[in-house]
Write a protein that binds this ligand. Structure first.
Ligand code: VGL
Ligand code: ZN
Length: 240
């Protein structure tokens, strides 16, 4: 009897492990796309207040075309949108005696003081792609007290809806690109990895504020397990 019960237990355990393993293995990969801060103020195209090098018409067109391709392939597309109030802490104009690109300490961290940019409801804050491409647009940086390079959370630790949205859609892998490689793309990609997503970053669909920090950002992302591709190729994205 004891012997039989032991055998039964062993079989139950065996099937639980095998079937359980199969269920885990069968969890399909679902890919989502996060287009980071492709907004007027970050572009030369719109004479933005914080225009990043290489953000001309050809760049925006490349982002638009590749994003369309991803949507047509069936991937849900999300955008982040830098969305600051006028009195935002990251604007140099809100700090007496400071000038653009000065760095101060804020909550123990280095804070770059930027020219005012992406002010809520101004044309500079508009996303330059057809908004119909996006299943959701996640606004960030709306709290005057905290900057928010990441699309997942601000510097005060307050989460956006990004993780909730992706989890709701059962997305477990994200493709990230946009502006700026060395700030919001990097922070969003790193937070995605930290939240457990597989992450692919597309270098040539992204633009950085400065070459040295952009290069460092790429290395940092790679070191955290983010797969960096030069260009967008559907086959490689599905395979990796
Ligand atoms: C960004 C600086 C300030 C970005 C946003 O989108 O990378 N950079 N705010
Ligand atoms: Zn900003």
């Amino acid at each position: 009897m004891i012997h039989l019960a032991g055998r039964t237990t062993a079989w139950v355990l065996f099937f639980t492990l095998v079937l359980g393993g199969m269920v885990i293995a069968a969890q399909p990969t679902k890919i989502g796309v996060i287009v980071v801060d492709v907004q007027g103020d970050f572009t030369k195209l719109k004479n933005g207040s914080l225009a990043v090098d290489g953000t001309d018409e050809a760049y925006i067109k490349a982002v638009e075309e590749n994003t369309k391709k991803l949507k047509e392939a069936g991937f849900p597309i999300y955008a982040t949108q830098d969305w600051h109030p006028k009195n935002h802490v990251s604007f140099f104009t809100n700090h007496k005696g400071k000038k653009a690109f000065d760095v101060i300490k804020l909550g123990g961290k280095d804070q770059v003081l930027w020219p005012p940019h992406c002010v809520q409801n101004t044309s500079g804050a508009e996303i330059l792609l057809d908004n119909k491409l996006f299943k959701a647009i996640v606004k960030k940086g709306w709290d005057p007290k905290y900057d928010s390079y990441s699309g997942f959370q601000d510097d005060g630790g307050k989460k956006t809806d990004m993780d909730k949205i992706l989890k709701m859609e059962k997305i477990n892998k994200v493709v990230v690109y946009g502006i700026a490689t060395d700030y919001c793309v990097k922070a969003t990609a790193l937070d995605a990895v930290a939240a457990g997503y597989k992450v692919i970053m597309i270098k040539n669909l992204s633009r950085g504020v400065a070459p040295d920090t952009s290069q460092k950002a790429i290395e940092e992302m790679k070191a955290k397990g983010i797969v960096v591709f030069d260009d967008l190729e559907l086959q490689k994205i599905k395979a990796n």
